[in-house]
Every structure is written in C-alpha cells, then in structure tokens.
Write a protein that binds this ligand. Sequence first.
Ligand SMILES: [Zn+2]
Length: 377
Amino acid sequence: MFESMIEVFPWDLHDGDVERVLDHLQGELGIESLVIPVMVSPISQLRTQKISPHMFRTRGGAFFHPDEDRYQATRCKVAMSSWLKQKSPIENTLRACCERDIGVRAGVSLMHHPRIARRHPEFAVRNALGDCSTTLLCPFNADVESFGAAVMADVSAREGVSGIHLVDPDTCTHRVDGWEKSPWQSLGPFTQFCLSLCFCESCYQRAHGTGYDLGKAREMVCGLIDTAIQSSEHATVDWQAQVADHDGLMAMLQWRSVGLVSVLSGLLEASEVSVWLDRGGLDAECVSGISAWPDECSVVANIGSIEDLDALDAGQRGKLCMRVGPEVAGTDLVSLLKQASSSGVPSAVIGNYGVMPRSREDFVRQAVRFSRRASSV
Ligand SMILES: [Zn+2]
C-alpha cells in the first residue's frame, strides 16, 4: 500500500501543540506517516502556521538527548539544539505518534554542522587552498565516521522510529560557506564544486593507503580554480559537463566514491531500522560519490513532474521515496502522487508542514486520498 508522508520539524509539532497538529495531519489530511528531522543543518523559516515565534531559526544540531554511551568511541560529540532546553524532547512526539499508529521516519543530516566544524576544525573539510570549512565535516575523518555510526544507532534504537532518511554524506556539492553574501565576487558553480573537495589530513591518510596521489590532485584542483576565476564566463558554465569532461576530476570522484560507499555501508550497518539515502536532486549524478541508486538501500529524491517519474525504470521506482516540494502545486500535486502510487513507487513525502500555505492543504488531502485509492486497484 502506498504510504503518504508529510515532513514536520520537531519545533512545528511542539510549538503548535503535538496533539493538535497530529489531529490535523491524521484526521483532516489523512496522513499515515511523518518524516521528522531530528538532526538538522541550520534553518530559518517563516512559518505559515499560526504559532509563535512566527520566524523560527536554529543553528542546527540534535533535537534529541543523545545516549552518551554510544559516543564513547568518538571525540566528535553531538551538538544539541538550544531549543531542547526549553521544550520536551522527541520522545513525547514519538509516543504520541505510536498511540495513534502514525509511522515515523527520522531525518538525519550528519555532515553539515557549523557548531561542530567551528569548535573542531580538525573534523572539518579543508579545501585545495588550505581553507577550513566552518560548516562541513569530512566524511572520511575517523571521528566523524564513528560519530555518524553512533547517531544512526542512537536514533534508530528509539521506540517509534521505523526508518531513517539519511542526507547524502557526500559533501561534494555543498555551497562554500557564506559566499552567497559576497557582493564582490560570485563564485561560479564549477569553482564552488572545486572548493568543496576535501584535502584534509584524513583524506591524505586514506589516499596514502589506497595508492591515490592526492597531492597531485590538489595541484590540479588549485590550477582549475585559478583558471576558473580568471574567466569571465565562470559563473555561467555548465559545471557538471565541465566536471564530466575532465579526466583528472572524474578519477578523483571515482576514488572518493569507493570511500563514500564504505562510509555509507558503515552507517547502514549501525542502524537498526531501514535507511533511505536522501539524494536531493537526481541531476547531480555525475558528481555523486555514491551512485544515484545504491544497491544497499532505498532512495529519497526530489521529483517535480510525471516526466521525471517516467524517466525512471521499474526497479528505480520500486526503491524510491518521492519528495514533492512546493514547486508542485494544485492539481499537479494530486496527479503526481496518483501516478507515483499506480506506477510502483512505495512512498512519497510532502514537505514541509511548518511553511506550507493553508491553500495547499486541500490538494494534499486529495493527493493522499487518490494515491491510496490508486495503489489498491
Ligand atoms: Zn577530508
């Protein structure tokens, strides 16, 4: 049976009164399961629901109290959100969902943690120019790897959590910290990509063990950055084509991908529940470290239209949890969910409740009802 879910952040459940929000989602919209992000990157949101504060900001971190014993093997410790000090922990929400038979998948983002990266630059991504990221952790750092495994074990052991949506641990395509604010120089997407590649001590150690010459790769990447910033077209190039055309970069990505697959395996092994790898857009396939459709787990991906869905084969649709963003509106939302459910997609998640306009709810209700009907035919 097709599972329709809605993404709700912990603060939107609590600030809106858990019972009341669940009544609304289950009773009025017909939602059967929730995706609740419990370890998140920094977010600001202007809430459409009538709750206070109207503007919600978090510097990110964990929205649960960690089970400290699980983190003994790592120096990389969970940064707890300050919100936790004022509010009830996630357990209350999980209990309330269990009582109503609402399924919960937990959302986990492991690599984008400014509070940890600033406190511990030794765990952070270090780019080809030697500059340390103030937001991203390196997935190949041993402490970060154990931290990731501990979080997966900790979250998956909580009663009521039936699955985990894991944000892709590949840090390769993240934005360079704070650059979007610079009025003087806009880094083009290709330069951004080059600056997202890590050359930290841990990466060098791994390269050494595998016989890959990371020093040479770093010289290559520095050269590409220098050339790119001298070119007036660097902001507008088709960066993915540029990466795919460059043998040296592709070789580096291939080397990274072997490591990332092993990082992912460790994270999957640590989890007691099923894991969906959250790939975001599928168009980043050429730079993805982990293949778009890993054999080991199912995938969460943004699907914007029936054409996107049709482009997938039956095997891919069978392991897809389709994420539907605000760009799919009105009756398109209804037809997309209906089509997904009748073409073998097991689940879809609509995001995110806290910023969803009330006018969208009518279509969500219809989409849930029709997709359920389509899957039972
Ligand atoms: Zn690194």
